[in-house]
Design a protein around this ligand. Sequence first.
Ligand SMILES: [Zn+2]
Length: 298
Amino acid sequence: MALSGCATDGSSTGSGEDKPLSIFATTGYLGDAATHIAPNAEVEVLVKAGGDPHTYQPSTQDLEKMKQADVVLWNGLHLEAHMIDQLSGLGEKQISVGDAVSRDKLLPWPEKDEDGNDLHDPHIWNDPQIWGEAVTAAAEKIGEIDTENADDYRANAEDYAKAIEDATAEGKEKLGAIPEDKRILVTGHDAFNYFGRTFDLEVHATDFVSSEAEKSAAEINELANLISEKKVPTIFVDNLQNPQAITALQEAVDSKGWKTAISDDELFADTLGDSAPTDTYLGAFEHNISAISAGLGQ
Ligand SMILES: [Zn+2]
């Protein structure tokens, strides 16, 4: 694990030594990409199942792991809001994949950064096309650090992106069968706007923007009106946001004379699950597609 004396950024630690390449990834989505790109690497994921990357504060131990790793992959676009300086300060071995993808494909985000600059929606893993670019960028970075295996990393990234593309095509078929007037996805954490754009679903969330802000009572009431008017059959909890907000929303809908169900299948928002099959990108992605298809396609 410890690569003492290898503090120089970009120094070759993968070749000429038995020690596997170590990759530190802030999210499970990136960790899964790293595992597929570099199957022999040792991959450490920072924000684990049920955690919240928006509010995560790295411990001293986390910071030490970041420093020791050969490669550090992070999402960027302000997702890791409390670790930007630490991550971007790691020199050539780090990459924020969100800064490597096509700007024009990014969705806007209603919050601003500390300096008042506009932000983009950081939940880019829910757009399979953008995520394909992110995976490519991660593979390039890993190949820059471990140049000997760069071609393999590139090829593995292509295979992985292709598998995501195939899962997306299947998802389009499944979710395409939901009737026009039921294509409304309501969940807790606002992580599904790219998903909605990809699969043509209208998306509403009970947490306002970041995981730190909840919608006001008036906004929740408005959302309850929409659900009851459109007779949305099912709303969803996810693995980030406290389910209380969704239960309160269900009660508000009930008071308007419409019964909406809460799906038993929790959606995976900003972190993967902790066991198979939802502990991989494809597992969580397919789970979300199936849950939404089952909940709305009735
Ligand atoms: Zn989020």
